[in-house]
Design a protein around this ligand. Structure first.
Ligand code: C2E
Ligand code: CA
Ligand code: CA
Ligand code: CA
Length: 279
């Protein structure tokens, strides 16, 4: 089997940044990158342990900086949010994800759906619903095969407004999931009003699930909650078979993580898909 290369990330050190105006450097680099083809998408499979099927893939942005190499999205997405560049970057990500999905559908590759991350500022932008609709239409993909991942943080504040936006997105026919679930502030009263499809159980509950005395119960509770509200669950950051077994015991059968695959560049992801076809 082909092993994907370990991608090395460069973190801009916070202390260094203050001392030498690094943020400014990074910001102007980010402006240039946004205009000029330095981003790419990697795709990480999501699988269902029942039947061992690929149920989708999450698109994760990568920045190939000409000098610094790979810069982590954990570093530049927050900066993109602060500077407002997130709208353009997010637009590119959505268009590119839909274009890839259309291509895979055209070539009959076994990929049911693609998920795209939306940051809080994108979610709160009045243009969002219209933009998603137009991208889905021009790509010509069935809307149900696109999923948007939102964090709870994007939806706090004005709940009525959040519900309106979520309903607008749902009307397009796309699927919605809450990312990093369990780390935010969703109260049950709000959760039942959100027209979402999936809760993505945060990696922090998966990380210690094998040795923790509480985390299995937390995961089990999230699964039960999701079931009563009519949502699916998926666990992220699954790295070991033991974690997958524990999740399965808690009836969480959909997983994503290094155990299955790291996020892969397009060509390697396509190879993964072709090798994972269940006859
Ligand atoms: P996220 O949405 O929670 O994405 C999951 C992160 O966990 C990804 O990091 C992924 O590579 C990593 N991961 C996956 N499996 C494992 C595992 O088994 N173990 C461990 N330790 N990590 C795993 P990545 O790609 O560095 O992205 C970090 C964050 O940056 C994402 O967190 C998301 O919040 C943001 N991000 C990435 N791409 C985009 C994008 O296109 N748009 C927006 N708005 N945000 C993005
Ligand atoms: Ca995500
Ligand atoms: Ca997540
Ligand atoms: Ca996260």
């Amino acid at each position: 089997a082909k092993r994907n290369p370990e991608h090395k990330y460069v973190f801009y050190d916070g202390g260094m940044r203050e001392r030498s105006g690094f943020t400014l450097g990074l910001e102007s680099d980010l402006r240039r990158a946004t205009g000029g083809g330095e981003f790419e998408l990697h795709f990480q499979p999501k699988i269902d342990l029942v039947g061992n099927r690929t149920i989708g893939a999450e698109a994760l942005i990568r920045w190939r900086h000409p000098i610094r190499g790979m810069v982590s999205p954990a570093e530049f997405i927050p900066l993109a949010e602060e500077t407002g560049l997130i709208w353009e970057i997010g637009a590119w990500t959505l268009i590119e994800s839909c274009r890839r999905l259309a291509d895979w559908i055209g070539r009959d590759l076994p990929i049911p759906s693609v998920s795209v991350n939306l940051s809080p500022r994108q979610f709160q932008d009045a243009r969002l619903v219209g933009f998603v609709r137009s991208v889905v239409e021009s790509a010509g993909i069935p809307p149900g095969r696109l999923e948007l991942e939102l964090t709870e943080g994007a939806m706090i504040g004005d709940i009525e407004k959040a519900v309106t936006i979520l309903n607008g997105l749902k009307d397009i026919g796309v699927r919605l999931s809450i990312d990093d679930f369990g780390t935010g502030y969703s109260s049950l009263a709000y959760l039942k009003r959100f027209p979402i499809d999936t809760l993505k159980i945060d990696r922090s509950f998966v990380r210690d699930i094998v040795k923790s005395s509480t985390d299995p119960a937390i995961v089990g509770t999230i699964v039960n909650l999701a079931e009563s509200l009519g949502f699916d669950t998926i666990a992220e950051g699954v790295e070991t078979q033991e974690q997958a077994d524990m999740l399965r015991q808690q009836r969480c059968t959909r997983i994503q993580g290094f155990l299955i695959s790291r996020p892969l560049p397009v060509d390697q992801f396509e190879t993964f898909l072709c090798n994972s076809v269940v006859p």
